[in-house]
Every structure is written in structure tokens, then in C-alpha cells.
Design a protein around this ligand. Structure first.
Ligand code: 2NL
Length: 366
């Protein structure tokens, strides 16, 4: 029986291990594996040849060939691990993250909240804490809700005080108005809800007036409380708590001066204590200057009657203030008109971060 001469196993092993060691990537390594251990690979062919050998030959050739296969496999596995580690190291090098860089702003955070919206959110949070809800109503009103119900007599000069914007007169002679204050919202509330009533009404208001300190559209917030025993003591406490919370001071002196509004009796204007000795800066709750910030009073019995409430059963108080003005005061903005110019640069400077809404616990102006 002829003995097929075994090829030089040592030479084959040297060739394969050198190739494995030199393989530059996983694809090259795989090509070597196929050439040695694939179906027609050099080592696979040797393994197949064992079948044709005599038991004698197999005794020496078997362990030699199997040993070769095991060492080639081991070399392949080791080189594969090396290549993997090298490629991971390369990725770590190129995909390195600098955690000290500032976080890029998410699109949802790039916008800014307008100071008027911010201030409305702030005062809503303060009054909500005192049990008030928010009421809203139409910007276009009728004469009854804007004037008559509020005790402005027909043809009374007080109507002229408001520089009203009128819509074109209708066929029946009536004409709608752009509301000159947010009081009509409270009129609607009194006519549709049973006391006790505790509401604030923030919103847009309109008067034909335009100069350094007046824009034809501006914002007001009014408050209304109606109950059986509501009195000026309650009003004073509410306004004091509001001023302390809004201007973020522990104490603030307030001065109530007699005034006149058709819809309240008695009527008062309210000043708060401030310090204006530093140029370009106002501080609240200190100093010896006074600043007028709102008007208020006990709801006139005629207004209660006009809204379907019995003045012998119910009484209440109301107040009103300009939102634009208190926003300017709190956030030191010099020009009212900038509020309504929609200048993005102005907004990015004076605006507030979205999703950062004011809470009493978190500090309103964060
Ligand atoms: C001011 C003064 C004020 C009211 C508004 C009011 C509303 C109803 C009844 C009675 Cl329904 N009063 N509102 C009362 C007093 C003053 O505003 O200077 N605003 C800028």
C-alpha cells in the first residue's frame, strides 16, 4: 500500500500563522480562515486525507494534523480579539465626547417667553394660591358690558375718558367697542355665576392713545371678590400679599388714596413704597418714595344690581392694574413700545426661558 507523503506540516503552519499575524482587518483574517479551514481549505483537505490512511499512518498523522488545526484555530481567535480591540480603540479615539462643552440648546428651549406672558403667569400663580380662578372674555364687547353695567351713565363724560375704539355703527344704531378695560369679563362672571366669586381677569385692552407711555393695545388684570361679608380689610390684605409676592420682598408699605371710578364706591388708588434714589433703578419695599400701581374699591351697588345681584345680600371689591407697567417696573424695561414691536433680539434679551414657568415655591422670576 502506497503511503501518501504528508506535506510539510511545519511549513504550512508557519505560513498560516504568519498570514494570521499579518492580517490587517477582519476580512483578511476571514480569507485566511477559509483558505485553511473552509470546505476546500488546506487544513480541511489534510483532515479529509486521514480517512484514506492506514491505522499505522493515522496514528502519527492524526495528532499532527488535529494539532495543526487546533493551533490555527487558536491563532485565528487570538488575532480576531486583537483586531477587535484595535478597532474599538480607534473608535474611542475618533468618537471622543468632550463632556466639558456646554450643552447645546434643544429647539424647544431656543424660544423665549414674552415678559407680558411671564408676568401673567406669575400673577396667576400668586392669585391662584389665594383661591382665585382666571376668567376670560371677548376683546370685542357691547356697550352694556363695557360701560352701562359698570355704572357709566348714558352720555356721561366718563365714557369719553376712555378714548374708545368703536366698530362701525350697526343698522339698529348700536355699535360694538374694543373693550377699554377687562371689567366686562367680571360683569359676565357676575351675571353667570353665583357668589362667592373670586376671579382675576388678565387680558388685552384698547384705547385710542399713543405716546411714550401709552400704546393703543395694552394689558390689564382686574380682580373681583363677591361674597356676603367681603370688605376693604380683605382687599387690603390681598393686595399686600400680591405686592410682596410679585416684587419678591418681605415687606412693602402701601398707601390707599381716595379716588373716583364710576364702578366702585368708595374708590382708591394705591401707591407702594419704593426707593428711586439710585439712577435707573427702582427698589420696592424700601426707601421713602411712592409709586402708583393700581386702582380699587368696593363694587358700586348699581353694578351689583345691573349684574343681577342683590346689594342687600352681597357686597364685594375689585381692583385693576396695568400689566405692561408692572412688567416694566419689575424687570427694568425702559420703553413700553418695545413690548409690541416683535423684535426677536429684544425678546432674546428680555424674554424668559420656556418650560421654566413661575411657581411660588420655585421663585417666580427664575
Ligand atoms: C385702574 C383701576 C379698577 C375695577 C378696576 C371693577 C370691575 C367691576 C366692578 C367694579 Cl366688574 N370694579 N374693576 C375697580 C377699581 C379700579 O381699575 O386704574 N386700572 C388700571
Amino acid at each position: 500500500m502506497s503511503v501518501a507523503a504528508l506535506p510539510d506540516l511545519d511549513a504550512l503552519e508557519r505560513e498560516l500563522t504568519a498570514g494570521i499575524a499579518a492580517a490587517a482587518d477582519e476580512a483578511a483574517l476571514e480569507a485566511i480562515r477559509v483558505s485553511a479551514l473552509g470546505k476546500k481549505g488546506s487544513v480541511s483537505e489534510l483532515l479529509k486525507s486521514l480517512g484514506g490512511m492506514s491505522p499505522e499512518e493515522r496514528k502519527t498523522a492524526g495528532p499532527a494534523i488535529n494539532g495543526l488545526r487546533d493551533r490555527v484555530n487558536a491563532a485565528l481567535t487570538a488575532r480576531r480579539a486583537e483586531l477587535k480591540a484595535a478597532s474599538l480603540a480607534r473608535r474611542l479615539e475618533t468618537e471622543r465626547v468632550d463632556v466639558t462643552l456646554p450643552v447645546r440648546e434643544a429647539p424647544a428651549e431656543a424660544g423665549r417667553v414674552h415678559p407680558i406672558s411671564q408676568v401673567i403667569d406669575e400673577l396667576t400663580a400668586i392669585f391662584a394660591d389665594m383661591g382665585f380662578s382666571v376668567a376670560e372674555g371677548p376683546d370685542i364687547e357691547d356697550d352694556f358690558h363695557n360701560f352701562t353695567a359698570l355704572n357709566f351713565p348714558e352720555g356721561h363724560p366718563a365714557r369719553e375718558m376712555h378714548d374708545t375704539f368703536y366698530l362701525p355703527t350697526k343698522e339698529d344704531g348700536s355699535r360694538l367697542v374694543l373693550r377699554t378695560h377687562t371689567s366686562p369679563v367680571q360683569v359676565r362672571t357676575m351675571m353667570s355665576k353665583k357668589p362667592p366669586i373670586r376671579v382675576i381677569c388678565p387680558g388685552r385692552t384698547y384705547r385710542s392713545d399713543s405716546d411714550q407711555t401709552h400704546t393703543p393695545m395694552f394689558h390689564q388684570v382686574e380682580g373681583l371678590v363677591i361674597d356676603k361679608g367681603s370688605n376693604l380689610g380683605h382687599l387690603k390684605w390681598i393686595l399686600e400679599e400680591f405686592c410682596k409676592a410679585f416684587f419678591e420682598v418681605d415687606n412693602v408699605k402701601m398707601r390707599f388714596r381716595p379716588s373716583f371710578f364710576p364702578f366702585t364706591e368708595p374708590s382708591m388708588e394705591v401707591d407702594i413704597q419704593c426707593d428711586r434714589s439710585r439712577p435707573g433703578e427702582i427698589r420696592f419695599g424700601e426707601g421713602s418714595d411712592w409709586l402708583e400701581i393700581l386702582g380699587c374699591g368696593m363694587v358700586h351697588p348699581n353694578v351689583l344690581k345691573n349684574c343681577g345681584l342683590d346689594p342687600d345680600e352681597y357686597q364685594g371689591f375689585a381692583w385693576g392694574m396695568g400689566i405692561d407697567r408692572i412688567a416694566m417696573l419689575k424687570y427694568g424695561m425702559p420703553d413700553l413700545r418695545a413690548f409690541f414691536e416683535a423684535d426677536v433680539r429684544w425678546l432674546s434679551h428680555y424674554g424668559f426661558r420656556p418650560l421654566d414657568f413661575p411657581t411660588l415655591a420655585g421663585g417666580l422670576s427664575n
